[in-house]
Design a binder for this molecule. Structure first.
Ligand code: GRG
Length: 279
């Protein structure tokens, strides 16, 4: 992982000097859990491929993820002052710089992924998925649904699941898909799409549970769902049922993983870590 951190840092530092680059660096290297890169390296390990082959694709996902957090924290969106235990990007710098830092990370991601050492036809497939899963048919759409939900506070369970699917699950599915594309094992993608969906729902419900059970200091970000009267699976079903859904999703993810061939130890470990995460 340390080697990956240096790779990621180099890829952002190779850019034009200035305040925007500083802000990109600040947010990208600011103590994220690197869950999505770990999932990609775990998927490569399933196929017996060295994690280094996944560094460009993992960097691209982490850049897109970081851009989404920078923009999500802006006053026009969630208006959060704290991220990963430090001032959010627009607080550490200023709003305009934070917008540009997000833009810089998003566009850089599409350059970095091109350095993956596989035939260009498969790189093309990865670029398509990156745009599809992060963009207006993916995470951006999820954010649109989330913003709409602030006005209509009378959501059904299916509507909440749709927000979680697009806002959270899409980006958590990408590492699995990139792993199978890099390994040229695209026949596994349908299973990974189901796994990514289950993992994303589980991850988001856990996030909603943590939001009401942990302090802002413990999480390194503001706990705002209750304050904002945000509807979540927790507010709709209560904590106990939400915890049961997390356990059910964990079983579903492990069953799907069992159906795949290869060395599953790394992915099993990451999935176990995610199920028990406390921040
Ligand atoms: C602005 C286009 C746009 C999208 C924003 C990512 C997002 C969509 C909103 C952030 C708020 C949120 C609850 C997102 C759901 C996914 C989630 C829980 C992200 C946090 O991911 P972690 O825990 O973060 O992997 P770290 O800081 O460890 O990288």
């Amino acid at each position: 992982m340390n080697e990956f951190e240096s790779y990621l840092q180099k890829r952002v530092d190779e850019n034009q000097p200035g305040r925007v680059k500083e802000a990109m660096h600040y947010s990208l290297m600011n103590g994220g859990k690197r869950i999505r890169p770990r999932l990609l390296f775990g998927t490569l390990d399933l196929y017996g491929i060295d994690e280094k082959k996944g560094y460009p694709a993992a960097s691209a996902i982490e850049m897109v993820h970081t851009y989404s957090l920078i923009h999500d924290d802006l006053p026009a969106m969630d208006d959060d002052d704290l991220r990963r235990g430090s001032p959010s990007c627009h607080k550490a710098f200023d709003e305009a710089t934070a917008i540009l830092a997000g833009d810089g990370l998003l566009t850089k991601a599409f350059d970095v992924i091109l350095d993956t050492d596989i035939p260009s036809s498969r790189i093309k497939t990865m670029v398509h998925y990156l745009s599809d899963y992060a963009g207006v048919d993916g995470m951006v759409y999820g954010q649109e649904l989330d913003l709409k939900a602030e006005i209509n506070k009378d959501l059904t369970v299916d509507e909440i699941y749709a927000i979680d699917e697009y806002k959270t699950a899409k980006l958590l599915t990408l590492p699995f898909l990139f792993g199978s594309i890099i390994a040229n094992r695209e026949e596994d993608m349908p299973t990974f799409i189901q796994m990514g969906y289950a993992l994303g729902i589980q991850f988001q419900i856990q996030d909603d549970i943590l939001d009401v059970t942990k302090t802002s200091a413990e999480l390194g970000k503001s706990t705002s769902d209750e304050k904002n009267h945000k509807q979540t699976i927790v507010s709709l079903y209560g904590l106990e049922k939400a915890k049961q859904i997390v356990a059910d999703k964990n079983k579903e993810i492990n069953d799907l993983l069992s159906s795949l061939n290869g060395n599953k130890a790394s992915l099993e470990k990451i999935i176990a870590y995610l199920t028990k995460r406390t921040y």
